[in-house]
Design a protein around this ligand. Structure first.
Ligand SMILES: Nc1ncnc2c1ncn2[C@@H]1O[C@H](COP(=O)(O)OP(=O)(O)O)[C@@H](O)[C@H]1O
Ligand SMILES: [Mg+2]
Length: 390
């Protein structure tokens, strides 16, 4: 048997589609390469879990490295102060690239890195003090100045060594606090004022709440570029299945492909999961083909995996959240109105804001405009309805 080339939950071997989105990243990089200036406003990709944000960012990172960029990757989380992680990640990236400034400049650099880490990075102390500040208070200037210097010096150091510049990638940006977002946006705003000396680009990804959270953190958060990622088209879905198998000398029957494309609705995680369970069911050798029979034998395994994800999301919900989800599931699988959910819960429609926001924040549901919401994970509505029948 050849090895299973599918990657449910991991970066794919072959990134299908996403040509438009990659082009957006490349045009930022091109500006840095050509003019040695800031690649433009913060570029933010947003989508629910499993749509391919991390995979896209990783592909962008690879392109950047191929074009001579030094890249720093930060997986933001609520557990770690984000700006300290940014400082660490840039420090590590420069060290790996052997681009840390030498001599006195290098000492200044290390000093800066340390000060920024202390300034923004002591969990519980400064960060929580900042969170407590009033809405109309100024953003923390010391942190902005330090991050500005750090990004400027790091990007300039890469350029001086003959590199193209620095690419900072921020995944899961929705987990950053309002203060961290504010510092980041203010810093980029300041650097934008002195474009020519900042060979730097910043690309981020997060759940659908990210644009709103950034705009709330700083009014000019609106000036960032927001691009929502959607499920893959049927052609791209087929490419996501065919490409990895072909690399192992294995083909797909047309009927098998059609069945998976239909079952997955173009949801990238499901494509990888179904590709994987089909592969395991068939154990194909070089030169063989994956058939509809193998798809069908793999389906129960895939459905079990999906059910486990449904259970995990349900289990993490509070009692009120569960009432909200039940009312929503009862209203159907498509887009559901506020009024329908409130009616199902037997409350006024103004009373559902708290669970609604919380579930959006966690990526369980997503807003689709005009107050409508829908589930982000395929089959979740049916899962919730099946619980209610028990
Ligand atoms: N363009 C793509 N082509 C093929 N597989 C993809 C693509 N985008 C994502 N995937 C797959 O989908 C799953 C989820 O991708 P990921 O990047 O982790 O999504 P997100 O970061 O949005 O949660 C992974 O298993 C990954 O391999
Ligand atoms: Mg991700």
């Amino acid at each position: 048997m050849s090895r299973n080339p599918y990657t449910p939950g991991q970066v794919p071997r072959i990134l299908a589609g996403r040509t438009v989105e990659l082009r957006r990243i490349e045009s930022l990089l091109a500006r840095v390469v050509t003019f040695g200036e800031l690649g433009g406003p913060l570029l933010v990709f947003h989508a629910p879990r499993g749509i391919g944000k991390t995979s896209l960012l990783r592909a962008g990172q690879q392109r950047a490295a191929e074009s001579g960029f030094v890249t720093a990757w930060v997986a933001c989380s609520r557990q770690q102060p984000v700006l300290a992680e940014v400082a660490h990640s840039i420090g590590r990236a420069l060290e790996r690239a052997d681009a840390v400034p030498s001599g006195a400049a290098g000492q200044r650099w290390r000093g800066q890195l340390e000060r920024l880490t202390v300034e923004v990075g002591v969990p519980g102390a400064r960060v929580s003090a900042q969170v407590a500040r009033r809405e109309d208070a100024a953003p923390p200037h010391a942190a902005i100045g330090m991050l500005e210097n750090l990004l400027h010096d790091a990007a300039a150091a890469v350029r001086q060594r003959g590199g193209a510049g620095l690419l900072l990638l921020l995944d899961e940006l929705h987990t950053a606090s309002a203060d961290e977002m504010s510092v980041l946006l203010n810093t980029l705003q300041n650097l934008d004022g002195e474009r020519a000396d900042n060979p730097l680009a910043v690309v981020a990804a997060g759940l659908p709440v990210t644009p709103e959270a950034l705009t709330r953190a700083a009014t000019f958060g609106e000036r960032s570029t927001y691009i929502s990622l959607d499920v893959l088209s049927d052609d791209d879905a087929r490419a996501a299945l065919v490409g990895p198998a072909r690399a192992e000398g294995v083909g797909w029957s047309a009927a098998a492909l059609a069945a998976i494309v239909e079952e997955s609705h173009g949801y990238p995680y499901l494509l990888q999961l179904l590709g994987s369970t089909t592969w395991e069911a068939a154990e194909p050798a070089d030169g063989e083909q994956l058939t509809l029979t193998a798809v069908k034998r793999g389906l129960p395994v895939a459905r079990d995996q999906l059910a486990a994800m449904h259970r995990a999301r349900w289990g993490a919900a509070s009692r009120l959240d569960k009432q909200f989800l039940s009312a929503m599931a009862a209203a159907g699988d498509g887009n559901v109105t506020r009024a329908a959910i409130a009616a199902g819960m037997g409350v006024d429609s103004r009373a559902i804001s708290v669970p609604r926001e919380r579930l959006i924040d966690r990526g369980v549901i997503e807003p689709v405009g005009h107050g409508l919401v829908r589930f982000t994970l395929p089959g979740f509505g049916a899962f919730v309805r099946s619980l209610d029948e028990e």
